[in-house]
Design a protein around this ligand. Structure first.
Ligand code: NDP
Ligand code: GDP
Length: 325
């Protein structure tokens, strides 16, 4: 089996590559050209993945890649994925995260229409939620250019499935995190800060809204759901979540407790991190995925936060040791 992963250098791309390699796939990772490499998350498996240059903005490179490889599966994970940046770069976000999906689908339709396609959709599409918890049938109300772009990506996937009979699925994944999560996302920002403050190399943590709630799961569990969606006899859309939500304050509390610190002494509110429009709560109902895919999350919220703090403690300790050499 041959799989193409766009966004292979990202958090999910790295876990999905590991999963597919363990199943014996030939994994092709699409990477965009940069003046310095961004392979930190895939360095350990780089020799086992075939890297191909391409960009979501460039239809030609997408078509050539698919034509040459003739993949069985395509996982479209590449996107501009950080909500605050979507307000400062709304047009580029639309190009990558919305129209980029059409470019990938169109390339697939023209060069390898028998391949199976996975689109990385997001719970951010629910935004100002219309019901709690959210299912595959809950109406969308996105609250950021990122959320709006993901709604486009979702519907164009459904539309290509219905128009051209492609095997195209949309996985509506709630927030998922890991020690490989980007540093600017709230979980990683908090676990890194807890480690730095504990080790004496940071004095405070400046944060935005501590009251918003998210349904946070472990990325390693979630990539398995992506793969399962493509192994079904019929293409369909699925919510992937834990079914539990927690506030940002809970996250801070668990992370700081884990290193024996009182969070309230270090966390400062900074209006800079508040958003023009907030998503106050997200809570997913993944009954369909549990029933049809036989999928369920294995790592709970406390385990996830503690895993991330432990990993950041080791990394920061090593950084300090290297600096003192
Ligand atoms: P990351 O931000 O960690 O990774 C994004 C990837 O997209 C990187 O590999 C990046 O490459 C690549 N990329 C960005 N722009 C382009 C482009 N123009 N051409 C080619 N590649 C590009 O995201 P995650 O791994 O966390 O998420 C994977 C997908 O799932 C994303 O689409 C995200 O929006 C979506 N999602 C994520 C959720 C989460 O909680 N993590 C929840 C729901 C959906 P580079 O290294 O060069 O920057
Ligand atoms: P999102 O759900 O994709 O926007 O994921 P994030 O991890 O970026 O944010 C999750 C929630 O944490 C949002 O409601 C943010 O407003 C809230 N939050 C509070 N303080 C911060 C902060 O300093 N950084 C980030 N990224 N989010 C914060």
């Amino acid at each position: 089996m041959k799989a193409i992963i766009t966004g292979v250098t990202g958090q999910d791309g790295s876990y999905l590559s590991e999963l597919l390699l363990s199943k014996g796939y030939e994994v092709y990772g699409m990477v965009r050209r940069a003046s310095t490499e961004t392979f930190e998350r895939i360095n350990h498996i780089k020799d086992r993945i075939k890297l191909v240059q391409g960009d979501l903005l460039d239809t030609h490179s997408l078509m050539e890649m698919m034509h040459d490889i003739q993949p069985d599966e395509i996982y479209n994970l590449a996107a501009m994925s950080f909500v605050p940046t979507s307000w400062t770069q709304p047009i580029l976000t639309g190009e990558f995260t919305a129209i980029g999906v059409t470019r990938v689908l169109e390339a697939m339709r023209r060069t390898c229409p028998k391949a199976k396609f996975y689109q990385a959709s997001s719970s951010e599409m629910y935004g100002k939620v219309r019901e709690v918890p959210q299912t595959e049938l809950t109406p969308f109300h996105p609250r950021s250019p990122y959320g709006v772009s993901k709604v486009y990506g979702h519907y164009i996937t459904v539309n290509y499935r219905e128009s051209y009979d492609l095997f195209a699925v949309s996985g509506i994944l709630f927030n998922h995190e890991s020690p490989r999560r980007g540093m600017e996302f709230v979980t990683r920002k908090v676990t890194d800060a807890a480690a730095r403050i504990k080790l004496g190399v940071q004095s405070e943590l400046r944060m935005g809204n501590l009251d918003s709630r998210r349904d946070w799961g472990f990325a390693g569990d979630y990539v398995e759901a992506m793969w399962l969606m493509l192994q079904q006899p019929k293409a369909d859309d699925y919510v992937i979540s834990t079914g539990e939500y927690h506030t940002v304050k809970d996250l801070v509390q668990i992370a700081f407790n884990h290193v024996g610190l009182d969070w309230s002494k270090y966390v400062k509110l900074d209006p800079k991190f508040l958003r023009p429009a907030e998503v106050d709560q997200l809570l997913g109902d993944c009954s369909k995925a549990r029933k049809v895919l036989g999928w369920k999350p294995k790592v709970n919220f406390k385990q996830l936060v503690e895993m991330m703090v432990d990993s950041d403690m080791s990394r920061v300790q090593k950084e300090i040791k290297d600096q003192n050499k």
